[in-house]
Write a protein that binds this ligand. Structure first.
Ligand code: ACO
Length: 332
């Protein structure tokens, strides 16, 4: 990153906690990553695509403007004509999509559902092919000052994001005390322009234009401070709210899995909730912010490492563009 814009490894580690991130090879789309994660989740559950009767996918980086990637994921997995629903809630895509999935199962619309969070953020990076060669380690050439200045305009943003996917298989709980217990979700649209992609939308005619491309309006605009302040206020509130809603308290929660936006956000949430280190999980240092994928990846890592045990109460919490935010409680 420091080779292509005015930043340093030290700044990134200190301000975001990120030590590495993954970018797909050009030509790999979000639906491809989603399919990879889906296959792993199905294997883990001992199931095949034929066992699934509903697909829900959360992403803010779909392969195409429309349709969403649900249909591509379904076709790539050879899943006949099962319904495929797309969720557009950015960094809170997992908590919102979990509520929708839970409701579909409770309503009897699905018996076994595949829920995926996937992102290929590399598509919105403001990098030229030359910059990409340097970023991916294919070239050691110096990039021009002009290119470096352009990349640096977006330095607060490009250092945060990585590409990834995570998936879960959901079905009815064994009994009413296990599985998803409740949600506290909110949206406040007043600050949409603090975090959004200002082009590629139907507010313009045409919805893509050369002028917009030249201005870099395909790159998200992010007022990092507003996102930061909102996240560290709303995420702890949502945790308390969801606990109160289901008649429990924070003391009952064994592990909080927050959306991985920035290590400092997670630390501020931990402080606000007065939690010891072993009751909140962080892995942003390995992947960066992967939007809808962070929570399912973190959940999988916690399960595989034994950090989550049968009977544990888990709280998922996130906030993202919209602003949408919320928390979900689940008994393992
Ligand atoms: N490298 C070096 N310096 C930088 C970089 C960088 N990559 N980015 C910003 N700076 C500079 C700024 O220009 C500023 O310089 P100045 O004082 O000369 O003006 C200085 O560092 C401090 O900038 P701040 O914005 O105050 O930096 P902060 O410590 O707040 O960190 C950050 C910025 C990392 C973006 C932080 O605000 C943040 O994480 N916010 C939350 C963002 C987030 O979570 N977004 C994800 C949501 S994604 C979704 O929902 C789609």
């Amino acid at each position: 990153m420091a080779k292509v814009c005015d930043t340093s490894d030290e700044w990134i580690r200190e301000r975001s906690g990120i030590q590495q991130r993954y970018f797909v090879k050009e030509g790999t789309a979000t639906s491809d990553l989603a399919v990879g994660a889906a296959k792993k989740a199905l294997d883990d559950a001992g199931l095949t695509p034929a066992d699934i009767d509903y697909i829900v996918v959360a992403t803010m980086t779909p392969d195409y403007y429309f349709p969403g990637i649900g249909s591509q994921v379904q076709a790539k997995l050879g899943m006949g004509t099962v319904p495929a629903l797309d969720i557009r809630q950015q960094c809170s895509g997992f908590v919102y999509g979990l509520q929708v999935s839970d409701a579909l199962i409770r309503a009897g619309a699905s018996k076994r559902l595949l829920f995926i969070g996937a992102e290929v953020h590399s598509g919105f990076m403001p990098f030229s092919p030359k910059t990409w060669d340097v970023v991916m380690g294919r070239s050691n050439d110096e990039i021009s000052k002009e290119e470096r200045d352009w990349n640096s305009k977006f330095r607060h943003l490009v250092v945060l994001f990585g590409d990834a996917a995570g998936a879960v298989v959901l079905g009815p709980s064994e009994n009413k005390d296990t599985g998803v217990l409740g949600f506290a979700l909110h949206t406040d649209g007043k600050n949409v322009e603090s975090l959004y992609v200002p082009s590629g939308g139907f507010a313009y005619r045409p919805y893509f234009s050369e002028a917009h491309a030249k201005e870099g309006r395909y790159v998200p605009v992010m007022d990092g401070k507003t996102v930061f302040k909102t996240a560290i206020t709303k995420m702890p509130e949502a945790v308390h709210e969801v606990c109160a809603k289901v008649g429990l308290t924070l003391n009952d929660v064994d592990l909080i899995i927050p959306h991985q936006a920035n290590q400092r956000i997670s630390e501020a949430v931990q402080k606000a909730l007065k939690l010891p280190d072993d009751r909140i999980f962080n892995n942003i240092y390995k992947y960066g912010n992967t939007t809808a994928a962070t929570i399912p990846i973190a959940y999988d890592e916690c399960k595989k490492s034994g950090r989550i045990q049968k009977g544990n109460l888990i709280c998922f919490v996130g906030l993202g563009a919209g602003f949408h935010w919320g928390a979900a409680l689940m008994r393992e």
